[in-house]
Every structure is written in C-alpha cells, then in structure tokens.
Ligand binder design. Structure first.
Ligand code: FEO
Length: 396
C-alpha cells in the first residue's frame, strides 16, 4: 500500500485530527473539526516541524515512532508557539532528551514562559540555514501572522514551505493529507472562517509575509491546519492575499438583534429593497441565533454591512454590542456601513451605533433609520432610502 504520509523527499506527515473539540480557542465552532499538523523530516539529521495539541500526544508519538523506529530526533523546529502546536514540546523533550529546539529569540522567550524548559537551543534569525543532508532548510520571520514569534521554514531542496498557521483552514484531513488526494469542498468556506476568526486583525503583517515569500519557488505548502497544498497553491495564496487586503465581493450583510420582531421588520424591509436594487448577495444574521464566527466570515466576504439594534436598558442590545467588539477587534477596512434601530421609550441604540460607525474604518452610508415602538409610523421610505444608498455605494 502506498504510504500517503510520505509527502515529498523525506518529509512525512505526522499530524493529528481533532473531531472532539466543539470550540476552537474556546470560541469558534468547528463542525468539521480541525487538524494539528506536524511534519517529520527523516533525513541524515532528523527534524520535526512543530508539534500538536497535547491531548493528541499519544497518537502523535505513535506516528513519529512508525517513521523513525528507535532513531532519535535531532531538531524540533518551532515555527509557532500557540499551544495548539507547542503544547507537546515538553513531552517530545522527554522522549528525545537530546533534541535541539530551533526557534528565534521570541520563540525561546515563550518557551521559557509557557514551559520553563531546559534544552539544547539553536536560535535562528532571518535567512539562517540548517542542512539536514538532502533537505536544506532556511528560516524566515513572519511576525504577527498572527503571533509575534511566528516564523516559517523553507526547504530549498524540495521547494516546500512549512508555513505555520498561514494558509491553514478549519476541517480535519480525512484520509488525506495532500490536496490532490481528497475532496476539498468543505475547506474553502472554512478557510475564510478560520482566517476571519483567528488571523483577521493582522492583514498588514500577512501582506508583508506574502510579499516576502512570493519570491520563493514553492511546490508544496505544509501549514499547521488543514490539507497540504500542492495543486491548489495559487488558489490558497489568492484567498489569503484577498482576505488580508480586506478585499470583498459585492454584497450586504445585515446583522440585527430583535426581541419581539420589530427591529427585524426593519431588517426585512432593507433586505427586500436591496434585492429590488439588484443586490444578489444579501446575508441576514439574527445575532441571537447566528454564531459570531459565521457573521465575521460573512463580513470578510462582502463589502456592505448594515447593523440594527433595539435599545436595551438604554444601551445597545447586548448581543449586538458583543459582535461590534469582535468587528472592531479585527480592524476591518474597506466596508460600507449603514445602521438602524428601535426603541420603546428612550432611543439610544442608533446613537451608539453611530458612535461605533464614527470610530470604524468604514465608509458611512445613507441615513440611519430609527423606529419608536412598532411599525405604526411608516418608516418604509427611510429603510428603502438606506438600502438604495447601500446598493449604490457597494456598486461603485
Ligand atoms: Fe494554530 Fe495560531 O495556532
């Protein structure tokens, strides 16, 4: 039987699949699971590139032993210190006490802080190389993609990039791991959700890393989550490039909160008019039902955003407040923003949405719609005017 874990040259896939965790980072649903990828280079000198989440160590060490038998690991290359990849480092050190850990100065600051680990260390900086025999590795710093210590490892012999989280996606690799061997349908939307949820704030560092890596010939990308990319490299790099430029398709996401359906009626009117104006991509999220993970992904997908909130205890509807904070945290640019709201006796939501709008990097569109109590007074014209203004803005 063909060994599908042998990727290229002497590189083996030794990653694991997590189909048990409900919420990645304790926040983001992973209905298709997630993989924690690790790569073992079984060369004259043996190098392990990143580890896996510690709960999967048993599976991980079995995979390593299946490749190496009793051979030792010479180097553990740590591209990224977030614990989904670093939490097995101390156990690897127990199994392989003579291993030399390879990282940059920031990596070792974190190894000390997280694990207080004494080990042989090789501190690398931009452009440093490590010769394993057949594979010749070099290291490139990718700070803030999406942690400060992130670096990537490039194998010039086989033109393979070990890219840390970059080009990663939610979704386990079932069978896999190479993109040409598996059905990729689930990954494309999951990649946008992964990027928008996890990396979304760091568009500018991602752009810098893409420019730096763009000069390297790359035949294979080995990221820490999801498939190993070969035939789809251009597509995957294109998705990351677009998302990190905050470039988006034409469309409008309407996010609203509604206790008794009145604010929702405004949302419906706005949506209907958007469709009448020819906007095909209208995505509506009732913030009390849609998980923020999916709302954020849609905001990264489309260039128009309209937010509606009832006034609640003279504040914003709490679920709207929560999604605003998540939007703000990602520093999303290049979107058109409109807003609306309702109140029963003292209007505040529309004013507070206006303050959010002023602080955002969005282009403000139309006049906000504010409704007192129910749809007795006719606010249809105002909703339609807001929708028309948005349809025009996203089209330009
Ligand atoms: Fe998959 Fe940033 O860790």
């Amino acid at each position: 039987m063909k060994d599908i874990s042998l990727l290229k040259g002497k590189i083996h896939y030794v990653g694991v699949n997590d189909r048990s965790t409900h919420l990645f980072e304790g926040m983001w649903p992973i209905p298709y699971g997630v993989s924690y990828n690790s790569y073992l280079i079984d060369d004259d000198k043996v190098a392990l590139v990143d580890t896996v989440e510690i709960g999967f160590f048993e599976v991980f060490i079995q995979k390593i032993k299946a490749v190496l038998g009793n051979k030792p690991i010479d180097y553990l290359i740590v591209n990224h210190m977030e614990p989904d990849h670093s939490s097995s480092i101390a156990l690897i050190k127990q199994y392989y006490p003579d291993v030399t850990i390879v990282g940059n100065a920031k990596t070792f600051g974190m190894i000390d802080g997280f694990y207080a680990l004494q080990s042989n260390r090789l501190v690398v900086k931009e452009g440093d190389t490590l010769d394993l025999g057949h594979h010749k590795l070099s290291f490139y710093m990718a700070p803030m993609v999406h942690w400060p210590e992130v670096m990537v490892t490039y194998d010039a012999t086989e033109q393979v990039l070990f890219s840390a989280d970059a080009f990663g996606t939610f979704g386990t690799v079932d069978g896999g791991p190479i993109d040409t061997q598996i059905n990729l349908d689930k990954y494309w939307d999951e990649m946008i959700r992964y990027y928008s949820n996890i990396v979304g704030k760091y568009g500018s560092p991602v752009q810098k890393a893409l420019q730096k890596l763009g000069t390297l010939p790359i035949q294979m990308i080995c990221s820490t989550h999801g498939p190993v990319w070969t035939d789809n490299i251009n597509k995957v790099v294109g998705i990351y490039d677009r998302l990190s430029r905050y470039d988006a398709d034409k469309g409008v996401v309407i996010i609203y909160g509604s206790m008794y359906g009145h604010t929702e009626q405004l949302a419906e009117q706005i949506a209907r008019k958007l469709t009448a104006c020819g906007v095909k991509n209208v995505v509506m999220h009732n913030v009390s039902k849609s998980h923020p993970s999916y709302i954020l992904a849609d905001i990264f997908k489309y260039n128009g955003l309209i937010i509606g909130s009832p006034t609640y205890n003279t504040q914003l509807y709490p679920e709207i407040e929560a999604i605003l904070s998540k939007i703000q945290m990602r520093d999303i640019k290049g979107r058109f923003l409109g807003w609306f709201g309702s109140f029963s006796w003292a209007g505040k939501a529309v004013k507070l949405l206006g303050e959010f709008a002023e602080q955002s990097h969005f282009t403000l569109v139309g006049n906000p719609v504010e409704m007192k109590q129910g749809m007795i007074a006719d606010v249809t014209a105002q909703c339609e005017a807001l929708a028309e203004a948005m349809a025009k803005a996203i089209d330009e």
